[in-house]
Design a protein around this ligand. Structure first.
Ligand SMILES: Nc1ncnc2c1ncn2[C@@H]1O[C@H](COP(=O)(O)OP(=O)(O)O)[C@@H](O)[C@H]1O
Ligand SMILES: [Mg+2]
Length: 391
């Protein structure tokens, strides 16, 4: 058949999946309180579009797993509503929600081989033997695990088990995939390649996906949008680079990016019609565009945030009055960059990512330039608001 060769395997396999089998998932004021006292999830509002890859990211214990379990129906909501498309599913039992969950610990049946593991959920749903065989063969080919179909889980490596777990989810052709830290048991190299494969798999399948992780780099690289959570509360939901460049508060700013954003406590002043942020004897003249944005905050103690990659030993073109004086504590070459750990003359610690070939010595006193275009000013406190966002 002319042209048949150019249709990729994945496209052929999934062309029969119509849009109707996927769903938009909407969480409306969803709250979960355990035992009448532990508030695990607080007033979640999240709208995951049909076909979207949404990542929920936050520190351990912030409520990620609980959220996924409520979406899967494994945990009741204390209050609020969960919709798949326009149907309220609060009272729909898990087996009728038609979502497939993939966990960190694979959850394979040890006494069954890979084929039987993948077939299990389909048999329970009375899918015909012929259809089961076809779906498993197609999926196994897609994931490169055909040669493993007759092996038992204990004879497989971690990466192979994770693939099988993924295969179990895919053969079900669910309305949505729910992933709970599926890569955290893999070692670094495998984690990165599997991450890339997951992304390419989603590009082919286009199945609505909610993916949970504590790893901000994983979140940034996988999510079409990411939802940053702290202590059961959503802080910000947006495209990864938007959240990275325009964090709504100090928590989000510090959570995304390695090394983390630097924070300096100092005073905001208005002098001769210019806004200054002073850290001890260093006065940083903020860009004119910030002057009116900051009007409610002059003479207050505030927090200046600047990412390590925006701190340099060289002046940024066209800038001045942007120096912080510091001492070099530790130099860490990382290959493509060098992380320099510094202490400001007022005692605040910070990090600069600079060219790895820079000649620099520990205990050197240095003047560091900070990129005025990349400064954020926050209110105090762990979730202090970013007051420079409105420009
Ligand atoms: N079954 C449970 N009973 C009581 N508390 C729970 C239960 N499950 C989770 N929690 C608590 O809810 C909070 C959120 O947990 P979890 O959703 O597992 O967080 P994450 O997945 O982000 O690490 C934690 O404080 C945890 O101890
Ligand atoms: Mg968890």
């Amino acid at each position: 058949m002319p042209g048949a060769q150019s249709v990729s395997f994945g496209e052929r396999f999934f062309e029969h999946l119509s849009d109707e089998v996927m769903a938009r998932i909407l969480l409306e004021n969803v709250t979960k309180v355990f035992d009448g006292k532990v508030k695990a999830v607080s007033n979640f509002n999240l709208n995951v579009a049909n076909g979207e890859f949404m990542v929920i990211v936050g520190p351990s214990g912030c409520g990620k797993t609980t959220t996924l379990r409520m979406i899967a129906g494994l945990e009741e909501v204390t209050s609020g509503n969960i919709y798949f498309d326009d149907s309220l599913v609060n009272n729909v039992p898990p087996r009728n929600r038609d979502v497939a969950m993939v966990f960190q610990n694979y959850a394979l049946y040890p006494h069954m081989n890979v084929y039987q593991n993948m077939a299990f959920a389909l048999k329970m749903r009375n899918v015909s033997r012929f259809e089961i065989k076809k779906r498993i063969e197609d999926t196994a080919k897609l994931l490169g695990i055909k040669h493993l179909l007759h092996r038992k889980p204990r004879s497989l490596s971690g990466g192979q088990c994770q693939r099988v777990a993924l295969g179990k989810a895919i053969v079900r052709e669910p309305q949505a995939f729910l992933f709970d830290e599926p890569l955290s048991n893999l070692d670094t190299g495998l984690r990165l390649t599997t991450r890339a494969e997951l992304k390419s798999l989603h590009q082919r399948l286009q199945t609505t996906t909610i993916y949970v992780t504590h790893d901000q780099a994983e979140a940034m690289s996988l999510g079409e949008r990411i939802c940053v959570v702290r202590d059961g509360e959503i802080q910000q939901t947006d495209r990864p680079m938007e959240v990275y460049e325009r964090p709504v508060n100090k928590f989000v700013a510090g959570f995304l990016g390695t090394p983390a954003m630097n924070f300096f406590t100092g005073d905001l002043k208005l002098k001769n019609d210019s806004a200054y942020f002073t850290i001890g004897n260093d006065a940083i003249r903020l860009l004119p565009g910030l002057r009116s944005v900051l009007r409610d905050y002059y003479d207050n103690q505030m927090v200046l945030g600047i990412r390590p990659e925006n701190v340099s030993l060289q002046q940024f073109s066209g800038q001045n009055d942007n120096v912080v004086s510091a001492t070099v504590n530790v130099i860490e070459p990382v290959g493509n960059r060098m992380d320099v750990y510094l202490t400001h003359s007022m005692g605040q610690k910070f990090i600069a990512d600079i060219d790895p070939h820079t000649k620099l010595q520990v205990n050197n006193a240095v003047k560091m330039y900070i990129d005025l275009q990349r400064i954020h000013i926050f209110e105090h406190g762990e979730t202090g608001r970013n007051v420079t966002l409105s420009i």
